[in-house]
Structure formats: C-alpha cells, structure tokens
Design a protein around this ligand. Structure first.
Ligand code: MN
Length: 493
C-alpha cells in the first residue's frame, strides 16, 4: 500500500512558510480520484540563486521532483546531473510565479514545458519515461548515481531534431587594417565602433559559460561578471563573438583599465579588481544558436538573430551597427578620441581565423602590436630603468630568423609600467641582438632580450621601410603569441 500523502509531503511542507510564498500548500484531501488519465509532467525554469530546471513527474499522488542544473539534455551522448529534491504537491505542476526573497527557493519560477508522459519503469533508483511535451519529447532515463540525491538524466532515443555539433573552439575572424573604402557609405557595410579591448568567444550552454581568447586560452575565470549572460539565454545553446572591454570614467574603452584584469587569475584579486575595473562583454556576432551553425549565414542575418536575443545586462551588451554613414561615424569616433571603426560586409560569412577583406578596421591613430627585442637604459638617475623599448616584428617570409627591427618607443609608460617591464624583461635577457638585418642605433648600450613579450604601440606614422615614428606604449598584450606579430599593412582604399 502506498504511503499516505501527508508523509510524502512532510519535507516539502517543512521548508516553506505558506503565508509568505505563493507556492501551493499541500491539500488535506486527495484533489481528485486518480482516473485512467495520462500522467502529467512539468519542467519549470527556476531563476533562483543559480538558474536550474525543475522536472516534476506526477506519480503516486505527488509530483516527484529533480533539479537539473544544465537543463534537459537533447543529445543522447550526454548525461546530465539531476538532483532528487523533495516531493511536491500535484498543484505544483501548474505553478509559476515569484518566490519572495528570503523564502526557500527565492526567485522566478516559470513553466518551460509541460505535457504528459508514459511511465515505463519506476524503481527506487531508476525511472524510465517517455515524454510528450512541446519542447521535451522522447524516452529518458533518470537513475541514481552515487548516494542519495545525486541522480543523472539522459536521453535514450535519438533526438528528433537534426542538430549541428556544438563548436568547441573557434578562432575568431579577424579584420584587415585599411583605409575607409570608397563604397563605405553605400549600405553594403555594417559600421561598428572599434572597441579597444580583448577578443573573446563565449560558449554558452544552459547554466554554463566558457570564454576563450583569440589564441584559444580559457579566460572564463578572469571575467566572472559575464557569467550571468547564460541566465538570459535560458535553455538555449549559443556561441557568441565579442570584445571584452573596460570603460573608463568618461565611458571610453580603456585598454589601460582592462590591463588590470587581463593578467589576473587569482579569484580574490579578480573579485577586487572587478569592482574598480568592471568589464563589459560587447557581443557583435552569433555563430551558433540552438543546434544551428550560423557561420555560413550572412552577417546581416546573424546580427538579426543576435538582436532578437536581447542580450543586455550590467556586464554584457549588444552594440548596434549602422549602415550608410561610415565616414560620418568615423569622424565622430575621431572627435571622441575613439580608436576607429570596424566595417563588416553585410553579406559576408564567418571565416574562423580568416583575415579577408570582408572585415576591415579603420583606425584614427595607428596602432600595432610589436614584440620587445630589447631596451635602452634611461639617463642619469634612471640608468637602471627602461628608457625606451626596442620593438620588432616577425617577417613571415623569413620565419624564426626573420625578427626585424621596427623602431624605438620611449613614451607612454607609467611608473608601474616601467617597474613591470623591467621585471618581465630581465629573465629574458640575452647577450646578442635578436634582430636580423638592420640593428637599432647605439646597439652597444642596448640590453637585448628574447623576443617574447608583445606590446601594443600607438604611433603617428610608419615609414615606408617599416619603422614606427613617435611610438607610445599602450600596454603589454598577453593574448597574442609573439611569433604571430606581423606588420599590418593597409589595404589600398
Ligand atoms: Mn528549483
């Protein structure tokens, strides 16, 4: 004989104050005589302290319940965690609403899917069902894995929907340095403000986020404020492309501010710096959505789908683009001291790692990453400090032996920069010059280093033989390998 419902719902009742929460209180009597009707199920999306999905199955006069942190899996290959929670009253199958702050499970509960199910097997440690819902349909097993509350859920039959594989590591598409093209104002281009930050691809699965830098390092732990993005995406799988940006007091992207975050991996430092140097993930592309690879779709279509997601939050934004006004917009960015524009052909596909002419960057002041090949000491009292940096780049035709001198950079350093540079450069010291061919002037007093550190340099002019003039140091870049640093050549307009 089945246990009395009163016993089964004891835990449910003891966790809740029914004067404070709108959730249903257990009824004294069985609400209806069990007829030969199909059994009901519900999946509630519960935006509590942590987003999760609650699966409830009508069984033996109550709603047997599991909390599923990453949602109901669609792919039979994937086992997902399911935590067995207390039985709920049957009325809960219809419940949605706001559980007030301070109450058990505080947050918003909404019905994500509901329907009926057939029960194939119901054992203490294993349940097999066949769902017939709007979103969830198919044969699923729930089974205890480990002790007590730890269960797993997995799909047993093949998914009905044809789903493209979830991309695991996409090298971002790159923009070529160029002058404003002649047809920039004619409507074939999306013009976006160039953001001075670091590129990151976001891999979003229900309740999970991974951020990868352009050289495929996992940087998720460095930017915890972005994680809330997955809550907005709910149960959707998505791969986003965008730029991590730190804005300064005047609302301009500041690479200097961002540097306070780039190198940090210790959790406590990250937590502190997050307050002084908050980062915003500026999302400008959508590469995959809900089982569909979008990289073959034109940019205009990808943007349309992205904008429908309405990704706007404290630490993530979807910046708009404009068409037909690129030159006007470029002038506006110059007036505001912004870096420039990125133009993207509206009909272009996404080419991972590609630097075709489909994406162009148009810069107000020129910027370039260069590799530090040595330094000149300062004068007088500063003779043990860095006076200027000797910069270089790799000539792609000459390989490892082709490290070329590209001029000296003697301004733009803060005191902290000078200290950090010395600390980072000393272990890289070498006797001989790393530069092939042309040597820096006064090479005798130069301190040479292995060409491993990459710095971002702003400059007014580059001579025709590849020398930076009036270069100013903007910061070290950890997101680009030294051996990939090339001179960026402008495309003819
Ligand atoms: Mn819940």
């Amino acid at each position: 004989m089945a246990k009395k419902k009163g016993d089964k719902l004891g835990r449910y009742e003891s966790k809740r104050d029914f004067d404070a929460t709108p959730e249903p209180a257990p009824r004294k009597r069985r609400p209806r005589k069990a007829k030969a009707t199909a059994l009901r199920f519900v999946v509630q999306e519960h935006s509590a302290r942590r987003l999760h999905w609650d699966l409830r199955l009508e069984h033996d006069g109550v709603a047997a319940s599991w909390a599923i942190p990453n949602g109901i899996p669609d792919d039979p290959e994937e086992n997902r965690k399911a935590i067995r929670t207390e039985d709920h009253p049957l009325e809960y199958l219809e419940f949605e609403g706001e559980i007030p702050a301070g109450e058990y499970g505080a947050g918003t509960m909404r019905i994500w899917d509901r329907g009926t199910y057939e029960c194939e097997k119901w054992e203490e440690k294993k349940v097999i069902v066949r769902f017939a819902g709007e979103r969830v349909s198919g044969r699923y097993a729930l089974f205890q894995a480990g002790s007590g509350k730890d269960w797993m859920i997995h799909r047993m039959d093949p998914s009905a929907e044809e789903r493209g594989p979830f991309p695991e590591s996409v090298v971002p598409m790159l923009a070529k340095l160029a002058e404003l093209p002649a047809d920039a104002d004619e409507g074939g281009w999306a013009a976006e403000v160039k953001l001075d930050g670091v590129r990151a691809i976001a891999y979003c699965r229900p309740g999970r986020l991974t951020l990868q830098s352009r050289n495929l390092n996992d940087v998720t732990r460095q930017y915890p404020e972005v994680k809330g993005l997955t809550r907005q995406l709910g149960s959707l799988d998505a791969v986003l492309d965008g730029e991590l940006v730190a804005f300064d007091e005047s609302g301009r992207p500041s690479f200097g501010h961002l540097q306070q975050r780039i190198h940090q991996t210790s959790e406590s430092v990250v937590r502190r710096r997050m307050k002084s140097y908050p980062v915003t993930y500026m999302v400008f592309d959508l590469l995959y959505l809900d089982g569909h690879d979008l990289m073959e779709q034109p940019y205009s279509r990808r943007r349309e789908l992205l904008e429908k997601l309405e990704l706007e939050g404290e630490s993530w934004q979807t910046p708009r683009y404009s068409t037909g006004h690129a030159s006007e917009l470029l002038a506006a960015t110059a007036a505001q001291g912004l870096e420039g524009l990125v133009l993207k052909r509206l009909d272009s596909h996404y080419v991972p790692g590609g630097r075709s002419g489909a994406w162009l960057k148009i810069k107000n002041s020129m910027r370039q990453e260069l590799v530090i090949g040595g330094w000149m000491p300062g004068e007088g009292r500063r003779k043990d400090q860095v006076g200027s940096l000797l910069m270089g780049y790799f000539d792609p035709e000459a390989g490892k032996e082709g490290f070329r001198y590209a001029g000296k950079v003697g301004t733009g350093f803060s005191d902290a920069d000078l200290r950090e540079l010395l600390e980072r450069l000393q272990p890289l010291a070498r006797e001989t010059s790393p530069f092939a061919g042309r040597q820096p002037p006064k090479a005798k007093s130069a301190r040479f280093v292995e060409p491993e550190l990459v710095a971002e340099i702003e400059f007014a002019e580059m001579t025709s033989d590849g020398m930076v003039r009036h270069g100013s140091f903007k910061g070290l870049r950890e997101d680009k390998p030294a051996n990939e640093v090339r001179l960026e050549e402008e495309l003819p307009a």
